[in-house]
Write a protein that binds this ligand. Structure first.
Ligand SMILES: NC(=O)CC[C@H](N)C(=O)O
Length: 323
């Protein structure tokens, strides 16, 4: 009798995309940003990139979507690289909140006005305000430039998504006014919001965010281009924030059951940085990888429903948890 050939990693990922796509009906597109509400909510796609450049792509991996909160990782890195870590940490802390991403409650409770971390909206708006550059265009360009260095292609933001959120961003405006009042916003409210909402509207595919995840997984080193793109200590800081705060008030469960530093956004993107691991037994992806997932139907925490299930399946089957 002919032995059954084990399924390749590509075939397994293809199977899991089929298996988890139906879970998209458990979520809903982000409706508070009108332009995000109308995209196809049954999409689910993934790219996985290994340090040797091998890539697994499956499902709707090619669909273009906006970074949303994944941009908070990049802007934080740019601010740290430009000002140095201590300057940035004078303006934003590194503590998880246990609150939703757009919550305002702790600004008044914690060191009057100082955002608890740069992964929540308040902290990200503060970080956007200190990006290098004299105006909003230059500040946004600094984010686009780092992405260009990490991924090797140029990026632009989606005007429709930006305007759609700009017109409805009452809560983010409230956060920004509060930050301004307490001294944690060094530029005008509207200018900071413009930078923040434009960085959220930068267009990517799963392949782009997988590559950024890979560079972070490798402590800022681009293993394919063989170039250190960002300092190791900044990459480590970013990953620690992704793990502790990247999924807001679901970060604890995410760490416990998936265990991969990850950042999600309300457009349905998930950027995961899997560091190299040491194991006795043969296991896939031992050298680590970057994973990018897209599935716009999101859960109550603002993360892709099917994307999180898919990442959990991959992490469990291939033993990717860092713990
Ligand atoms: N969690 C998110 O992805 C939120 C990003 C969105 N632009 C906002 O500020 O509300």
């Amino acid at each position: 009798m002919k032995a059954v050939k084990p399924r390749s990693n590509q075939q397994l990922i293809d199977d899991w995309i089929q298996q988890y796509r139906p879970f998209t009906i458990q979520g809903k597109n982000a409706s508070y940003i009108p332009a995000l509400e109308k995209v196809n909510s049954s999409h689910l796609g993934i790219s996985i990139i290994e340090p040797d450049g091998s890539i697994i792509k499956s499902g709707d991996w090619k669909v273009v979507f906006t970074l949303q909160s994944i941009s908070k990782v990049i802007s934080f890195i740019v601010a740290c690289m430009h000002h140095g870590i201590p300057y940035v940490l004078e303006r934003v802390d590194l503590e998880p909140t246990g609150d939703p991403f757009d919550s305002i409650i702790r600004l008044e409770m914690h060191k009057l006005g100082k955002p608890l971390n740069p992964m929540i909206n308040a902290g990200a708006i503060t970080v956007s305000s200190i990006l290098p550059g004299a105006d909003s265009k230059a500040k946004l360009d600094s984010v686009l430039l780092l992405m260009e260095k990490m991924v090797g292609k140029s990026f632009t933001y989606n005007e429709e998504v930006f305007l759609s959120e700009w017109k409805t961003a009452n809560r983010n405006r409230a956060l920004a006014y509060y930050l301004k009042e307490t001294g944690y916003l060094e530029i005008e409210v509207e200018e900071a919001l413009e930078v923040y909402l434009k960085q959220c509207s930068i267009e990517v595919t799963t392949e782009d965010i997988a590559l950024m995840g890979l560079v972070l997984a490798q402590d800022g080193y681009h293993p394919i281009r063989k170039e250190q793109i960002l300092p190791k200590e900044v990459a480590r800081l970013a990953k620690s924030l992704m793990l502790t705060c990247g999924v807001y008030n679901n970060s604890g469960r995410f760490a416990a059951f998936i265990g991969i530093p990850s950042k999600t956004g309300v457009s349905g993107g998930v950027m995961a940085a899997v560091p190299p691991r040491v194991r006795q037994e043969a296991s896939p992806l031992l050298d680590g990888c970057g994973i990018g997932i897209y599935g716009p139907a999101i859960d109550e925490y603002g993360s892709s429903v099917a994307g999180v299930f898919l990442l959990e399946k991959i992490a469990k089957t291939w033993d990717l948890s860092i713990f």
